[in-house]
Design a protein around this ligand. Structure first.
Ligand code: 26Q
Length: 810
């Protein structure tokens, strides 16, 4: 029965009184949010069960997206949208004197991810469900998500993200679907009737408990599942005798030791450290996930020899690569298949996406660590490596250097990317340039050996969250002009182009942006106590803080602009508000120092009466999905200024363009494809090309010191880092200064500086022509459809997974 306002009101009141045994008006907003969330989840359960029933027939191949991170953000708004009941609920609540938006704001972000890779996983789940593709997520239910960032006296302070402190209404604990994961112990091989069998003894047992969250498709009755695993100790293991002897600590410690596996999300996103706990986490969820998939598959009558025809396992970067040896273990030790058959099934089941070329992010685990923690898995990796190296030897006899660099085990390390390439049938990069660099540089030897495995899948974002839900006014304008076809088929957004001749549409675009900027200005005032003017250009740089993303380049140009304003307070310029947001990895000194620099500049500039109406600098605390939604829709300028070749794709670049911001960008990652879509007239490109960067690496003839000495403007801003202008402590920004000068500016900040300034001058000039500016914004919106993750997921589905939608869609 379709839900009406009346039915909703009745359901909601009932749900509330059942949950809290009191009247609605006696409850808190948190309680009302939780009752609403629970009700909305209930509304999805019938479809959830029915979708699962369809999958039981095994008619449809299913894909499992294995990821250490799922950065979902809030779920209430998107669930209401996808169920098609947002307006009804809003109206029903209004009649009960409750504001839906207030309840939506109560929800804590589900922040189980670091950044791009985790958010991509979340966008993919939404697209799979919305396209009716049988696709599920598999990951870890971290007790503490990505830390909350507080800015205290200009510095980042990390605070635990206790997101489970108030109940998570979206998840269901599935006690009956637990799995056992084994660590440590010893493995012995015995010959049983001519077959080598492996016995694993003396291991430690961890109970993996799944928590399922429904992933609701857009108005299509499909509900897929995100299954996150939590580590618990087995109660039977609880040694009551020691407890009775008063040895509480030992037992409790053992319990928390086991449970610590799913305690924390590692907050590093680009720097690898061989931490044992991280390896445990990886094996823990991969093993639990695979066991439950295969158990379920067999229960539904699936034949193990046809596993690869019915199931795809996709690994999100190398973090879940142990899926390869774990699947081999299950097929050989438990299902008793022969090696070759097991290998064939495994390779054809698994596919792998690479998200970075930064060498320091590549995972490799010390051999003895893997051997001790996962003895049987190590044996399997060794055997994979032995067979593979003998193939390499056949093809490249005598080429020791090549073979050792391609080997899975070498220099006493297990190299996860190498294992992922060898043990999968597909390896993809996340934007054209990135894939080309993988093929021709980073993974060139592998590309030569396996040319058919490599392919590109340019990233995307779900337009349901990043446009329809987060920018309702722009969505309304689009519906008024081009109808609502773009919701199901975002490529239809191109139809918006022809409306850009209409002055009223241009005016509406302007007003919508202005309103979004006003809302953000309010938020900034609330959070930071700083007044910003919505008439100024909102120039936004939000993403993880990292040297390669070059927040420092942005800082230096603001410092330069400030210098010019001090020289000439009447400088003719459109006022600008520079908005930053992003977290630094807790151990990444330079990134934390960059946050201090941004805050120091903000402090100086915002309090200087000479320039205060011209420029403002804001560092928003605790950048996260829900804040991103508010910032991105209010942006005029999108800063995508990474050192060319370093940003694999970027995805916020797509979110900004879809919300009508103009991109200032290097020709890096997906910026290139955005440029190709909108043409050079509608994006502002600057900086070194990839060939130029690669050439510098080859010739080693870059000298930041020469630039510094020959350019007085650059010299001045760099000197400002250490001359007391931004801190009485002249050494405060010394490390940034040194990275740019003494360590020869690894990311070519100085090389791109002048070109960047020119790019920003173009922005200033362009913004004065309000009509032209808005038309360009409109063109960006019109061309953003291709960056919907629906397009990306269709490509994965067709070219990698070979999955079919449950129904036909356009
Ligand atoms: C690995 C080992 C140990 C600890 C941490 C890690 C780790 C964790 C997260 C390494 C990397 C990540 C995340 C990487 C990431 O987010 N990459 C981004 O992926 C996006 C989606 O494809 C791209 O758009 C970005 O360009 C890329 O930086």
């Amino acid at each position: 029965m379709p839900i009406t306002t009346e039915i909703f009101k009745k359901d909601f009141e009932e749900k509330f009184s059942k949950m809290y045994a009191k009247e609605l008006n006696e409850g808190s907003d948190l309680e009302r949010y939780q009752a609403l969330g629970t009700l909305v989840r209930d509304y999805a359960t019938k479809d959830w069960i029915e979708t699962n029933n369809k999958y039981k027939s095994l008619e449809n191949k299913e894909v499992y997206y294995f990821s250490m991170e799922f950065l979902l953000g809030r779920l209430l708004g998107d669930s209401l949208l996808n169920l098609g009941i947002r307006d009804i609920c809003k109206e029903g609540l209004r009649e009960l004197d409750i504001d839906l938006e207030i309840l939506e704001e109560i929800e804590q972000d589900q922040g189980l991810g670091n950044g791009g890779l985790g958010r991509l996983a979340a966008c993919f789940l939404d697209s799979m469900a919305s396209l009716g593709i049988p696709g599920h997520g598999c990951g870890i239910r971290y007790k503490y998500g990505f830390f909350d960032q507080k800015i205290i006296e200009g510095s980042q302070v990390e605070v635990a993200d206790k997101w489970l402190q108030s109940k998570n209404v979206w998840e269901i604990r599935k006690e009956d679907k637990c799995e056992i994961v084994k660590f440590g112990g010893i493995v012995t091989a015995r010959n049983i009737d001519g077959r080598l069998k492996f016995y694993h003894d003396g291991y430690e047992v961890v109970k993996a408990v799944p928590y399922d969250t429904p992933v609701i498709g857009y108005e299509n009755n499909v509900v897929n599942t995100l299954r996150l695993w939590s580590a618990e100790s087995i109660e039977d293991n609880f040694d009551f005798s020691s407890f009775n002897r008063g040895e509480y600590d030992r037992e409790i410690n053992n319990k928390s030791y086991v449970e610590s596996i799913s305690y924390i999300l590692y907050p590093e996103d680009s720097f690898y450290e061989g931490k044992l706990l991280r390896l445990k986490q990886q094996y823990f969820f991969v093993s639990a996930g695979l066991q439950s998939i295969i158990r379920n598959y067999k229960k539904n009558g699936g034949s193990i020899k046809k596993l690869h025809e019915k199931i795809s396992i996709h690994i999100n970067d190398t973090h879940p690569t142990l899926a390869i040896p774990e699947l081999m273990r299950i097929l050989i030790d438990e299902e008793e298949l022969e090696w070759d058959e097991a290998w064939n099934i495994t390779k054809n089941t698994v596919s792998y996406t690479n998200h970075t070329i930064l060498a320091e992010a590549l995972e490799k685990w010390p051999v003895n660590m893997v051997q001790e923690l996962l003895p049987r898995i190590y044996m399997i990796i060794e055997e994979i490596n032995k067979r593979y190296c003998s193939m390499l030897w056949d093809k490249y006899p005598g080429e020791w250097h090549k073979i050792s660099s391609m080997a899975i085990i070498s220099d006493n390390y297990v190299k996860m990317a190498n294992l992922a390439i060898v043990g999968s049938h597909s390896v993809n990069g996340v934007a054209k340039l990135h894939t080309e660099i993988l093929k021709n540089k980073e993974m060139a030897d592998f590309y030569e050996f396996y040319p058919n495995k490599f392919n590109n899948k340019t990233n995307g974002i779900t337009h349901r969250r990043w446009l329809i839900r987060s920018n309702p006014d722009l969505t309304a304008l689009l519906k008024d002009t081009i109808g609502d076809e773009f919701i199901k088929n975002p490529m239809k957004l191109v139809n918006f182009k022809e409306h850009l001749k209409n002055k009223n549409v241009i005016e509406s675009l302007y007003k919508i942006k202005y309103k979004n900027k006003e809302k953000l200005a309010k938020e900034i005032y609330k959070e930071k106590g700083i007044v910003v003017d919505p008439n100024s250009i909102f120039d936004v740089h939000v993403k993880r803080i990292h040297a390669y993303k070059r927040q420092t380049l942005n800082c230096l140009r603001i410092m330069d602009l400030y210098n010019r304003l001090l020289e000439n307070p009447n400088l003719d310029m459109v006022p600008r508000t520079f908005i930053f947001g992003g977290k630094a990895a807790p151990g990444y000194h330079l990134a934390k120092n960059t946050i201090q620099l941004i805050n120091a500049i903000a402090d100086k500039v915002n309090n200087d009466p000479i320039v205060k109406d011209k420029i403002k600098v804001i560092m928003m605390d605790n950048y996260r999905v829900s804040l991103a939604e508010k910032i991105i829709r209010a942006a005029d300028v999108s800063e995508q200024i990474s050192t060319t070749t370093k940003e694999a794709s970027g995805t916020s670049n797509m979110k900004f363009m879809m919300n009508g911001a103009i991109t200032v960008a290097t020709l890096d990652g997906a910026n290139i494809e955005i440029r190709d879509e909108v043409t050079d007239d509608n994006i502002i490109i600057f900086g070194l090309t990839s060939d130029e960067v690669l050439n510098y690496y080859k010739t080693c003839d870059y000298s930041s010191f020469d630039i510094y000495n020959n350019d007085s403007r650059i010299k001045k801003v760099l000197d400002n880092l250490i001359d007391g202008k931004y801190s009485e402590d002249r050494n405060k920004f010394r490390d940034i200064y040194d990275s740019l000068l003494i360590y020869n500016d690894e990311f070519f900040v100085l090389r791109d500086f002048n070109d960047y300034i020119k790019a920003q001058e173009r922005v200033d000039k362009l913004y004065r022509d309000k009509e032209k500016w808005q038309r360009i914004c409109g063109i960006n919106i019109a061309h953003s459809g291709i960056f919907s993750s629906d397009r990306t997921i269709r490509e994965y589905s067709k070219e990698i997974w070979n999955t079919k939608a449950l129904y036909k869609s356009e």
